[in-house]
Each structure stands twice: as C-alpha cells, then as structure tokens.
Design a binder for this molecule. Sequence first.
Ligand code: ATP
Ligand code: FE2
Length: 329
Amino acid sequence: MHRNRDLNVLGIESTAHTLGIGVFSKNIKSNELDMFKPSQRGFIPRELADHHANIFADVLDRALNKANITLKDVDLIAVSQGPGIGAPLSFGVSMAKFLAKLYKKEIVGVNHPLAHIKIGEYDTGLKHPLVVYVSGGNTQILYETKPFIYKIMGETLDMGIGNLFDSFARKAGLEKPHGSELEKIAKKGKYIELPYYVKGMNISYSGLYTAAIKALKAHPLEDVVYSLMETAFAMTVEVAERALHVVKAKAVLVCGGVAQNKRLQQMLKEMAEENGIEFGVARDEFNRDNGAMIAYTGLLQYDIFGPMDINTLIPLPNYRIDKIKDVLM
Ligand code: ATP
Ligand code: FE2
C-alpha cells in the first residue's frame, strides 16, 4: 500500500492537554501518552507546555522501548502541526525539530484532525467515507475530494459540540472528565423539548446551550442532560445525512473526542443502515489525542508529498483541515 512501508516513523502529538508519542512501522508498534490533569483554574496554556516538557523524555522512552527501537532506528519524525494551543503545540514542534536535527532525520508536520480521520480509516478499514468530525472545538462534516484535500460540507457556526457539553457541565457544577460524566447521567434522563437549529448543512449549538442552562431551573439534571445530548446529536446526524446525499459516499466514519459517545455512534449507525451504507468508528484510543495517529498519517503524507523543509516547518495554531493544500502544495 505504501511506497515507504518499512520506515520507522515516530509521531509526536502535543496540541492540547495530551502529550502522545507513538511509533508506526508496518503497523502500530506503540502509542504512549500522558494527559495533563487540570487544576481548579482549568487549562492554562503555560501549564500544559510545562507538563509536556516534564514528561517528554519519559513518554518518548516508553514509546521507543515498546516499539523495540532506539532513536537511531527512526527514519521519519512526524509532528502534529495544528490546530492547537500555542504554548504546548510550540513545545512539541520544537522537540520534533530538535530531534530531527540532532539525529539527522526527515520531518513532516501533520494536521491534527486529518490524523484522527486517517487513523479512523486505518482502524475501521473504511474506504473514502463521509467524515463526521466531532471534538471539543469542532463539529465538521468532511469529504475528501483528492488525497488529503477535504471539502467542509457543513460545520458548526458557533461552538464545537464538545465545548457545548463541557460548558454546560461546568455551569451545572459537574465533575471532570465532562463528556463521559454527561454520558452516564444522560442514561437516566427523559426527553424535554429544547431548541433545534440546523441551516442547510450547518449547525448552531448556542441557542441549545442557553436553553439547556435555563431548563436546569425547571427540570431534573438528568432530563436536561439527556435532552441536550439527544438534540445536539440529532442535529449533527441530520446534517451528516444531508451531506451524504450530496456526495453519495458508501460509508460514514465518526471521529474526534466526542466520537467516543456510544449514543452518537448508535444514531449514526442507524442513519447509515437506513441509507444502506457502512458505518465505522475507531477504538477510543484513537479518538483521544495520541501519537500513533500522527506517525501513521505522517507516513501517508510522506508517501505523497515527501519530507518538509525543517526551516519553514512552524506551529500553526489555526491550521484548519481545508488549509492543508496551502501548507503542502
Ligand atoms: P480539538 O481537537 O477541536 O482541539 P479537543 O482537543 O478539545 O478539540 P478532543 O480531545 O478531540 O477535543 O475531545 C475532547 C472532547 O470530547 C471534550 O469536549 C469532551 O467532553 C468530549 N468527550 C469525551 N468523551 C465523551 C463522551 N463519552 N461523550 C460526549 N463527549 C465526550
Ligand atoms: Fe484531537
């Protein structure tokens, strides 16, 4: 499948709360990570970078040992280039460039959402799916028109679906990690009506957010949580189905942090079945931030576009998936 199938690729992920380092060579050899645990003050960019700096050597050691290689055996270094939070992102890119220079290795910068998609295709075996990308900061319906070139079919006009859940959970005084906590609570709830906003293939979650906060005064928490999630997912699935009819994809893949939600998976699976197409979701390990997805996608990218110039490779905090063309071509 790959021209450079035998290369040992080291992947480094540091765009947000997680430092992940993984090795790919023919298959995934290791995928080690360490996630920053926020204090009461939440995520402070500087503290994320400090965390990654403190544990970098340890995570790197674990990733190499598990893969049974040393840095000398690495052929290619792949680093997550964005989007992300300035300080931790910059730390990871600096470390990747330092290692590449010191050990005279080639280097590639990888788009983070693209890596979630590519590892999703790898883990599920799906070919050319319509992609539902649902993370903290994003909700996007994506379709690959040429290798690595994505058309955004639809997206959120305001907050990402994960941020919708996290902001609501903070207001409701819930414990972290918010996503899985809400998923548990939702199981006990029943439906109350909340506003639903879909325009063409785009979505807006902010009215839903405001209404859900207000509903907390009049309804039990579990009913509000259940209805908030059902409504947000129904909106997301509706725009995905609309996009599906436009591109006529034969499969749908969900990825990103929120893709770990079982109810969303079930709703998308039912939608796919109704349309006679396949549905897939990668294992949770790959929907969380991780280094193996960066290594794997780095190899695919290297196959098509070759190495990048280390002197012009810089962190791109606003690296949207539809900007890949500008960076690589
Ligand atoms: P981005 O990739 O846009 O920068 P991020 O890094 O903040 O976003 P991810 O790490 O991909 O996001 O995902 C984290 C989000 O996923 C959080 O908003 C979290 O609440 C949500 N999440 C995690 N597990 C679940 C779940 N079981 N149900 C719903 N949401 C979940
Ligand atoms: Fe992510």
